[in-house]
Design a binder for this molecule. Sequence first.
Ligand code: PRT
Ligand code: ZN
Length: 213
Amino acid sequence: MMQNIRIAIQKSGRLSEDSIDLFKECGIKLDMGKGRLKSVSSNFNAEFLFLRDDDIPGYVEDGVADLGIVGENVLVESAKKVNLVKKLGFSKCRLSIAIPREESFEGPQSLQNKSIATSYPKLLSKYLKENGIKANIHEISGSVEIAPSIGLADAVCDIVSSGSTLLSNGLKEVQEIFKSEAVLIGNKNLSAENKSILEKILFRINAVQKAQD
Ligand code: PRT
Ligand code: ZN
């Protein structure tokens, strides 16, 4: 009997629905019962693990999962060694620097010696380094947008999609530093069997994407 490829997807959040829909559109059945952490497809050699998105790159690197779907922002920030197999075109967003609305921005040098709150210290420090800027990075795990108003930081570096969260916190977006979308990632040492299952999945994803164009 053929083994199942293990695919990690986000349990609940902005990636979940589109990830599940993608496999459904590929004709791969998965039933995501409430509270379940694992589900075996009834019509394809795959089983699904439902996880926090932040844990997915590590599990794929370790081989606990063979494939996974995460935001490219989370993938790059994690610095895990996995293959980026395919960009999926959903959950598009950007990582941007934002400052209080009333302040001015004349380019990266406006950030010199400032403090910046973010959940993405690696991506931010890469941007600062590339621009020769020294700034203080305050790593916080959530509610980054309120940092300036409570005096914790001069600026933020956070995920933006519509921009309304920044707006309602008195901030304005001044510099995009990274563009992101959902990506399919894979373990670097897939077995021959799993490689051939992945080929089948990619064939179906490509067909679905073509039909949507
Ligand atoms: O629980 P778990 O850890 O699995 O999920 P999570 O809460 O860490 O992640 P989740 O579900 O919020 O986001 C998953 C992925 O979706 C992110 O890693 C991004 O790749 C992508 N994505 C797309 C977004 C957004 N759009 C987005 N708008 N992630 C977060 N946001 C946040 C943003 O930071 C802001 O605070 O949503 C807020 C609203 O954004 P605006 O600009 O539309 O107001
Ligand atoms: Zn998360």
